[in-house]
Design a protein around this ligand. Structure first.
Ligand code: SAM
Length: 333
């Protein structure tokens, strides 16, 4: 297995002359370890209410211009059913940090969706050990919570009302409870250094994350970082490719933020180490309102048509869509 020192990671991230080598090595490692199947996860963004004030995010509590929505438990379960009916094997439930969704409410939703025989991933932010335990008992299989950055000073600048230690505690609790755990970082935040990106990659390896989502930072005009410089897609792809090389068998999505910066971003990512796509299965109105950054790609009227067109694209690069739930450690599902 390939190992890199921090200095080697920094050198690779700084030097763009070897990018083709890096992307094809990551593609080869992906092929040898996870094969040619791509896992599609149906993403339901069920609430854009958020109590946090992350400086980069359009959902931040202080954004008074956003049109807030919350789906009912019934609507979330119905939406999941429509996705399952057209072949999705995993449903991802994501929201801002919305206290309206108590542990009991979320458990009811998770177990309602588990009845359809699919995997359920939650991404609802920081909760207590007891809440994570309750979600697990209700049937949740995976949890996504990005560390965003491992640079503690930058973390503090970006998340005024949050604590880096608590974010770490969440990741630890989720591992202890037996979830497949996903984390990741933003690439291109103001004041972020290449050294801290190298630390992020080493952190993913250190905690042995099961899933890693990397997204270029995209400024949102209704946030304090509205006028900041946009993140680089190439640098985000490089962080992703290095992560694949260091964690050969994990699940890595081609993220929506990558597709937002380049109409072919998802395919490029799938050829540079990624093996997962998370299409939005929300209705169009809610999809548009879940505006973490502007012009978010992948909001479609017809779910079936969108899935078929994605499958066609996947075929053109010689890959297939998996019929399994796509766990990191194959448990036969
Ligand atoms: N509230 C949950 C949490 O904190 O983990 C999940 C929802 S949060 C909106 C999902 C992800 O959106 C964050 O982890 C962050 O990396 C990403 N995000 C937010 N604003 C962004 C921006 N302006 N550009 C790119 N990604 C962004």
């Amino acid at each position: 297995m390939t190992e890199f020192t921090k200095q080697e990671l920094v050198d690779i991230l700084r030097d763009d002359s070897q990018n083709d080598w890096l992307f094809s090595l990551a593609d080869k490692v992906r092929q040898e370890n996870t094969g040619d199947e791509i896992h599609l996860r149906g993403l339901i963004e069920f609430s854009n209410y958020c109590k946090n004030t992350c400086k980069y995010c359009g959902l931040r509590a202080e954004n008074s211009k956003i049109d807030r929505y919350r789906m009912s438990a019934d609507d979330i379960i119905k939406c999941a059913k429509s996705a399952v009916d057209i072949g999705y094997k995993t449903i991802v439930l994501q929201s801002g940090e919305d206290v309206f969704f108590t542990s009991d409410k979320l458990c009811e939703i998770v177990s309602g969706i588990k009845d359809f025989g699919v995997a359920v991933t939650l991404s609802v932010g920081e909760r207590s050990f007891e809440e994570y335990q309750a979600f697990k008992r209700a049937g949740a299989d995976r949890y996504l919570i990005r560390i965003e950055t491992t640079d503690k000073d930058l973390y503090k600048q970006m998340h005024p009302n949050m604590s880096f230690e608590n974010r770490l505690r969440c990741l630890r609790d989720l591992k202890t409870l037996g979830y497949e755990v996903g984390t990741g970082c933003l690439v291109g935040l103001p004041n972020q250094t290449v050294e801290s990106l190298a630390d992020d990659i080493l952190f993913f390896k250190e905690i042995n994350a099961d899933m890693i989502g990397i997204g270029p930072f995209i400024p949102h005009p209704q946030t304090p970082l509205g006028k900041a410089k946009i993140g680089s897609l190439t640098l985000a792809l490089k962080v992703m490719a290095l992560t694949r090389i260091l964690l050969p068998d994990i699940n890595i999505p081609a993220t929506t933020a990558m597709e937002t910066l380049n109409p072919n971003g998802r395919i490029i990512a799938l050829q540079s180490g990624a093996n997962v796509v998370m299409p939005n299965v929300n209705n169009v109105q809610n999809g548009k309102k879940y505006e973490i950054y502007p012009n978010k790609s992948g909001i479609c009227e017809d779910l079936q048509l969108a899935k078929a067109s994605l499958e066609d694209k996947i075929k053109t690069i010689g890959r297939t869509v998996s019929a399994t739930q796509g766990f990191r450690y194959d448990n036969g599902k």
